[in-house]
Design a protein around this ligand. Structure first.
Ligand code: CMP
Length: 153
C-alpha cells in the first residue's frame, strides 16, 4: 500500500475547516495511519520547502506556514500520492476545479489549505521529516473488503 504525506495548513486550522477537509479523505476510503498537531518552525519550514527556499515567494510562504498550528498526517491507499493530489486540485484555489478541495474552499495561491506530496520520493522524504517510525500505526480496517477487490491491491 502506498503512503503520502498531508499537511493541513494554518489557514485550514484557523478557518475551522480541518474536519470538513479531512472528511473528504475519509469519504474516499483512504487509510489514516498517523496524525499530529504541531507548530512549524522557520527551520522546519526551510527543510520541508527546501526546493522553494530561493524562490521570491518563500519569505511569505514561511511567514504563513509558521503563523498558526498545522496538522500533519500520513494516508495510505492504492496510488494515494496521485489520488490525494487530484483531490486537492491545482495549487491556486483560484484555478483549482470546482469539486476539488482547493477549488471548493480556497481563493488563494498561497493559502491553499492543504499540502500533499507530489511523488513517492517526496512522500518518503516528508514523512521522514515529520514522523518517527513509532508514530505510524499499521492497521487493517475491517471494511477494506468493501472498498476494493482483492486483486486490485
Ligand atoms: P504546497 O503544495 O504546500 O507547495 C508549496 C507552497 O508554496 C504551495 O503549496 C503554496 O502554498 C505556496 N506557493 C506556491 N507557489 C506560490 C507562489 N507563486 N506564490 C506564493 N505562494 C506559492
Amino acid at each position: 500500500m502506498d503512503q503520502t504525506f498531508v499537511m493541513f495548513k494554518p489557514d485550514c486550522i484557523e478557518r475551522g475547516l480541518l474536519t470538513k477537509v479531512m472528511s473528504r479523505f475519509e469519504d474516499k476510503g483512504l487509510r489514516l495511519v498517523a496524525l499530529k498537531m504541531l507548530r512549524v518552525t522557520p527551520e522546519l519550514a526551510k527543510q520541508h520547502y527546501a526546493e522553494h527556499v530561493e524562490k521570491p515567494f518563500y519569505p511569505s510562504l514561511e511567514s504563513f506556514i509558521t503563523a498558526a498550528p498545522v496538522v500533519a498526517a500520513i494516508y495510505e491507499g492504492l496510488d494515494v500520492v496521485r489520488v490525494v493530489r487530484e483531490m486537492l486540485g491545482a495549487t491556486s484555489g483560484l484555478k483549482a476545479a470546482a469539486g476539488t478541495i482547493r477549488g471548493d474552499f480556497s481563493a488563494s495561491r498561497q493559502m491553499n489549505l492543504v499540502h500533499a506530496s507530489d511523488s513517492a520520493e517526496s512522500a518518503a522524504r516528508e514523512i521522514g521529516i515529520y514522523f518517527s517510525e513509532k508514530e505510524i500505526v499499521a492497521w487493517e480496517p475491517r471494511c477494506d473488503d468493501m472498498l476494493r477487490a482483492a486483486d486490485e491491491a
